[in-house]
Design a protein around this ligand. Structure first.
Ligand code: AMP
Length: 426
């Protein structure tokens, strides 16, 4: 039997209502904040991610699904959304009016060749926003607020916002040097990746899971001691805005995030619901002044986030938040003989044209078995078509909740059903 490829999974009809619910809250909230949806291709030129995610990142060095197409082009299945959105922003010159904040959101599958575990797969789903064009710290606070509001609307309570600043270019440069000076003497004791990181992006040593317990980690210099005045003021402004908006946060000096292009604000939202497992980051984001230029656009700043939708579904389950399913049909048509069958099929289409969700039997079942099927599908009403009644231009309707059945004219079926549906839920 052929099964799903390693690292992928099917989202079955029995679970799809959770995804629809999540997607609808994401859409509604993003649009409330005046973000517009953008859909970019699933695959892009490999170069985009090398430039846009960063040569030294785990994503680029180890995790990309990269292949040559038949035209010998190097293609990569997108591992994340920001580089794609920024590519589109540059390609379509969405910056035409430079005094404008371009607010975009996306959702869809992403691909990373990672080690499998609970909450981590090779095809997963992210939603994210990108606010491109302004350097105002309030944009950072707004982006964070938007994500927190999505969590609130989903009903997730056991989540925490961790925030940090990486400062501007100048502060980062100073800090980078301090980290090199600090880790160089113990270079040989660090993992192979961190030895490389020391040359390429020493900040990311702080993120390393392998060297987490090394003594040099505990004594590593802190970014907060290397921030210049501008960077401090920027961060203060973001935090004050968050307080104004009633958003709780915790400053986490060790938070650096995996991607190369962040500066100033970085943040992450984690869940602390018991039993969630080690993959407890739901997502996060940060400011990426410099990325648009890196991808060939003008020097405009940006701020965004990305959250894992698969993990959000797991978090909903872990917090035992139930989502109603509308697993029911309005009408099930019971046909009593071959002669009533043609009319049953015609009626089915008429009901559907009138937005009444309807179903019938396709297996020549006996009447009793058709009623059983109606129950299985949680039908609100059954319509029973009998030969004699039909000759008199009549059919029967049965309310499956009250079990009350009455006879109506075949000329008013859709109106009768609509009327009864209004009363049904009262
Ligand atoms: P990142 O783009 O690495 O910052 O990831 C943002 C969020 O996407 C993470 O916090 C996860 O919720 C989710 N995510 C990233 N990689 C995976 C994966 N392999 N499987 C499931 N979710 C993931």
């Amino acid at each position: 039997m052929i099964q799903t490829a390693k690292g992928t999974y099917d989202i079955l009809p029995s679970d799809i209502h959770k995804w629809h619910y999540l997607e609808s809250i994401i859409r509604k909230t993003c649009e409330l904040y005046n973000y517009q949806e953008i859909r970019t291709p699933i695959f892009e030129s490999t170069d985009l991610f090398i430039r846009g995610v960063g040569k030294s990142t785990d994503i680029v060095t180890k995790e990309m699904y990269t292949f040559k197409d038949k035209g010998n082009r190097s293609i990569t299945l997108r591992p994340e959304g920001t580089a794609c959105v920024v590519r589109s922003y540059v390609e379509h010159k969405l910056y035409a009016d430079l005094n404008q904040l371009t607010k975009l959101y996306y959702m869809g599958p992403m691909f990373r060749y990672e080690r499998m575990q609970k909450g981590r797969s090779r095809q997963f789903h992210q939603f994210g926003v990108e606010a491109i064009g302004s350097n105002d710290p309030s944009v950072d606070a707004e982006v964070i607020a938007l994500s927190v509001n999505i969590f609130r609307q989903l009903g997730l309570k056991k989540v925490k916002v961790l925030i940090n600043t990486l400062g501007d270019k100048e502060s980062r440069k100073q800090y980078r040097q301090a980290l090199i000076d600090h880790f160089k003497p113990v270079k040989e004791e660090l993992c192979e990746d961190c030895q490389k990181r020391l040359e390429q992006n020493p900040l990311r040593i702080l993120d390393c899971k392998v060297d987490k317990a090394h003594k040099a980690m505990k004594t590593a210099p802190m970014m907060s001691n290397y921030l210049n005045e501008d960077s401090k003021a920027f961060f203060k402004h973001v935090l004050e805005d968050l307080e104004q908006l009633g958003i709780e946060y915790e400053i986490d000096h060790s938070l650096v995030r995996g991607l190369d292009y962040y500066n100033h604000t970085v943040y992450e939202v984690i869940t602390y619901v018991p039993g969630f497992g080690s993959q407890n980051a739901l997502g996060g984001g940060g400011r990426y002044n410099g990325l648009v230029e890196e991808i060939g656009g003008p020097d405009v700043p940006g701020m965004g986030f990305a959250f894992g939708m698969d993990r959000l579904i797991l978090a909903l389950e872990a917090e035992e938040i139930t989502i109603d399913t509308k697993d029911e049909v309005d009408v099930y048509i019971v046909s009593t003989s071959d002669k009533t069958e043609i009319y049953a099929f015609k009626l089915l289409e008429l009901l559907r044209k009138n937005y009444i969700k309807s179903e019938k039997d396709y297996f020549n079942r006996k009447v009793k078995a058709q009623f059983k099927q109606a129950d299985k599908l949680n039908a609100k009403f059954t319509i029973i078509i009998g030969e004699e009644e039909l000759n008199n231009e009549q059919i029967s309707i049965k309310n499956m909740k009250t079990q009350i059945q009455d006879v109506i004219s075949i000329h008013n079926v859709e109106k009768e059903i609509k009327c009864r549906m209004e009363d049904y839920d009262e």
